[in-house]
Design a protein around this ligand. Structure first.
Ligand SMILES: Nc1ncnc2c1ncn2[C@@H]1O[C@H](COP(=O)(O)OP(=O)(O)O)[C@@H](O)[C@H]1O
Ligand SMILES: [Mg+2]
Length: 209
């Protein structure tokens, strides 16, 4: 099973969602591999190194890939392949999206973030990715109202969207800096909210195998 995390822009929480999904899938005892295709920034791979150095459980096996075809080959060795793509959509992201069971589009709540994210969804559908394989997740919402409003906009564009969203909270970035995922912070409510999002991703991918 391949779940790819795609966004048109950087900084919207794409790698953050990919990392949390990898952690929660690994915790559920699914042999999971996190493929980091952003070979210049290597956000996910560097985070996995911090996690390893601190000895955090579960271990998240991670690899950096310059070539998406090599990353996709890893899927034959792992029941779950989580792909963190680059902060723009190129031929390689399209190819990954085509081969993914679920394409998670991470987006912020401002119009500056939402509009390119929604246009990206349209472009993916136009390029032949089945509509029901796309799943939007709102990350870094500055308030509950803005999170809910972003979800309404995404639904108005007829795209499926997680009903839970990730708030912008320093507790999340502190956890990430220390090698934890957003489901493993020191704050129970933050963990619960993040786990709700990941479980929606998990349910969605199992209902569209
Ligand atoms: N919900 C959040 N609250 C606070 N900081 C966050 C949150 N999500 C991500 N971050 C921080 O924002 C930055 C960008 O997140 P990242 O997931 O790497 O974005 P992308 O992969 O879309 O470029 C990182 O420094 C990360 O620690
Ligand atoms: Mg990233």
């Amino acid at each position: 099973m391949i779940i790819s995390f795609i966004s048109q822009k950087g900084g919207v929480g794409r790698s953050t969602l990919a990392r949390a999904t990898a952690v929660e899938f690994a915790r559920a005892c699914k042999k999971t591999h996190l493929a980091d295709l952003d070979s210049s920034q290597q956000t996910s791979a560097k985070w996995a190194e911090r996690r390893d150095n601190t000895g955090i459980f579960p271990v998240v096996e991670t690899g950096v890939y310059r070539r998406h075809d090599v990353a996709l080959k890893a899927a034959s060795n792992y029941p779950c392949l989580i792909v963190d793509t680059r902060p723009f959509v190129d031929i390689s992201s399209l190819d990954i999206a085509r081969q993914s069971n679920l394409v998670v589009i991470a987006t912020g709540t401002s119009l500056d973030d939402l509009e390119p994210s929604l246009l990206l969804g349209r472009e993916l559908v136009h390029k032949g990715i089945p509509h029901n394989r796309l799943f939007y997740v709102v990350g870094k919402a500055p308030s509950q109202a803005e999170g809910r409003s972003a979800i309404q906009t995404i639904s108005a564009w007829q795209f499926a969207c997680a009903t839970s969203f990730i708030m912008f909270k320093p507790g999340y970035s502190i956890a990430l800096d220390a090698g934890y995922s957003i489901t493993e912070t020191s704050w129970k409510t933050l963990n619960l909210r993040a786990r709700n999002v990941i479980s929606e991703i998990s349910v969605r991918v199992s209902s569209h195998p």
